[in-house]
Design a protein around this ligand. Structure first.
Ligand SMILES: Cc1cc2nc3c(=O)[nH]c(=O)nc-3n(C[C@H](O)[C@H](O)[C@H](O)COP(=O)(O)O)c2cc1C
Length: 254
């Protein structure tokens, strides 16, 4: 690695980029309407209701201290299906909407720079009671699932897209987060991208803790083949692209 390009990538982690942004000239400050807080739902879609958050209050089987203390990356899952209640809890814990604020702005259970929430959640479902195998998208505002596609050989294809990490295709459900960068760029211009990555970390950490709370398991995965994964999800790879994955299943031996 030559020093110049190394330093360029190190700069990505710094906030010096902010000095390059003319904040009077961002799309937000030029009066352009904010982008939608979630990707639109194609007309005629048959969305699937999830269990409402208020009915999930007692789902945790351990306290917060124990959940944090037990947290570790787990890559082996048993064959016990996740219930819709458990899946609803994991989706709420990672991206649930707490309060709709104004058009283009909603508070969620995780923090986000400028409350821009530039992430979408896709699921590769393999073993969730009541759901067919396939790819789904979470709709945080409606707290519903949108069926996206049912590709053949999904387990093989998601493992291939995860660079041969086969456990990614042996889960009950694999979470895949995409970024829609414009949601953050609208406010922060070229200072948007580092904070999108930080936001993804918060989301995945909540998934780890929520999994521990219901005796499920997960493992963050950031090594994947960009084009294969974007193609599998059906996203364009520029205005929306995958940035992080996490397979989830019940814990081996439980
Ligand atoms: C950003 C990030 C990316 C990761 N990518 C992978 C991955 O691609 N494959 C994998 O098996 N584990 C991955 N991990 C899990 C780490 O290997 C794991 O967190 C680390 O070994 C420490 O173990 P622990 O999480 O059990 O404490 C990733 C973790 C993070 C936070």
């Amino acid at each position: 690695m030559d020093r110049l390009s190394r330093d360029r990538f190190r700069d990505f982690l710094k906030d010096t980029v902010r000095q390059e942004v003319d904040f009077t000239n961002t799309d937000q400050n030029r009066g352009i309407a904010p982008p939608p807080i979630e990707k639109p739902i194609p007309s005629g879609s048959q969305c699937i209701d999830l269990v409402p958050a208020e009915k999930l209050r007692d789902i945790s089987v351990i306290d917060v201290f124990t959940a944090i203390d037990h947290r570790r990356s787990r890559r082996v899952f048993n064959a016990v299906p996740l219930s819709m209640q458990e899946l609803s809890f994991l989706l709420w814990a990672t991206q649930g909407v707490r309060k709709l604020a104004s058009p283009g702005n909603a508070f969620r259970v995780v923090p986000s720079a400028g409350c821009r929430h530039a992430l979408e959640t896709y699921l590769c479902v393999f073993n969730v009671a009541g759901l067919e195998e396939g790819i789904y998208r979470y709709l945080p505002v409606e707290h519903q699932l949108l069926p996206v596609s049912q590709p053949a050989h999904l387990s093989y294809r998601i493992s291939e897209a995860a660079l041969g990490q086969v456990f990614v295709g042996k889960s009950a459900v694999t979470f895949i987060w995409t970024a829609i960068p414009y949601r953050m760029e609208w406010r922060y211009d070229i200072a948007a991208h580092k904070v999108i990555a930080i936001d993804a970390g918060h989301v995945c950490q909540n998934l780890y803790i929520a999994c521990e709370a219901i005796r499920a398991a997960t493992c963050a995965v950031a090594a994947y083949h960009q084009e294969l994964l974007d193609k599998l999800l059906g996203v364009d790879g520029n205005d929306e692209f995958a940035i992080y994955l996490a397979p989830v299943g019940k814990v081996k031996g439980d």
